[in-house]
Design a binder for this molecule. Structure first.
Ligand SMILES: Nc1ncnc2c1ncn2[C@@H]1O[C@H](COP(=O)(O)OP(=O)(O)OP(=O)(O)O)[C@@H](O)[C@H]1O
Length: 257
């Protein structure tokens, strides 16, 4: 049985459908990338997987021993979150909260877990620093350490490399790939389609009517992938033609206006 299995899932708000017929599953060691256009419903799907909202229809089953609170979540970073006035230690430790049960304080086991993951993500030396003073790459490693405190099974990452420079993004992808090789299933929402193709084992392409789900190899033969390629190619072609026309005007030494 899969960790997560969705059948005919229908997503929306206040009865208004955003996406329907979503079907996918996530098994141990899978690396699923969720792609799709802006507003397709990717973040809404994530909220559903985290039990923050109910689907409008369809089935969403958790299995293979996965508990609903065992999904480690790395949220999309907003400006407010980047400016959060807490120490690195406090942020990582808060990832152990689901394991505190009804006790209102952190025990020795939670503190040890937080220390272990801060060390593995190389942020232990930063533990007393304020989170908002860290670089974007350091902040993402802190949030990853926090997410790992919650799970040994499934990581859910919402656009984790947004705002990172190419070197930091590559380093982040390397860390995620290693965690996946170590046996953690990865679910990642991403607009970085090249990285999705490079690292994912499976792709869910969310669309309003019928989403695609399959292996990466199947996706590369799909109409959804061709559509994305075409849209990307069009944007690139228009951008290049705009640059060409500006350069041509500059070469002529005048503007048309
Ligand atoms: N709380 C809400 N109430 C009503 N509609 C919402 C709410 N949150 C999002 N929406 C709408 O749902 C649709 C899907 O939004 P969602 O954020 O899930 O898309 P997305 O695929 O994650 O987009 P992006 O790639 O731009 O982050 C959008 O039309 C959005 O305006």
């Amino acid at each position: 049985m899969a960790y997560i299995a969705c059948e005919d899932l229908m997503l929306g708000y206040d009865g208004n459908v955003i996406a329907k017929n979503i079907r996918f599953e996530v098994n141990k060691e899978d690396y699923l990338c969720i792609v799709g256009e802006n507003g397709a419903g990717k973040s809404t799907l994530i909220k559903t997987l985290l039990h923050l909202m109910e689907p409008l229809g369809g089935k969403f089953i958790i299995g293979d021993g996965l508990k609903p609170y065992e999904i480690g979540y790395l949220p999309q970073q907003t400006a407010v979150q980047k400016d959060f006035p807490a120490s690195v230690w406090e942020i990582v430790l808060s990832g152990t909260l689901p394991k505190c049960g009804i006790r209102p304080f952190y025990g020795k086991a939670q503190k040890q877990l937080a220390e272990e993951h801060m060390k593995s993500m190389a942020v232990w030396e930063l533990r007393k620093q304020c989170y908002r003073n860290l670089s974007g790459g350091q902040q993402q490693r802190v949030l990853l350490a926090r997410a790992l405190c919650a799970t040994t099974k499934v990581l859910l990452l919402d656009e984790p490399v947004t705002g990172l420079d190419p070197k930091m993004a590559a380093e982040f992808y390397r860390i995620i790939q290693q965690l996946n090789s170590d046996g953690i299933a990865v679910i990642m929402v991403s607009h970085d389609i090249q990285a999705a193709i490079r690292y994912a084992s499976h792709i869910l392409h969310v669309e309003r009517e019928g989403s695609f789900f399959g292996s990466k190899e199947e996706y590369l033969k799909s109409d959804e992938w061709k559509g994305f390629q075409y849209a990307g190619g069009e944007v690139e072609r228009k951008a290049l033609s705009a640059i060409d026309s500006t350069s041509a005007k500059a070469d002529r030494g005048y503007e048309d206006e």
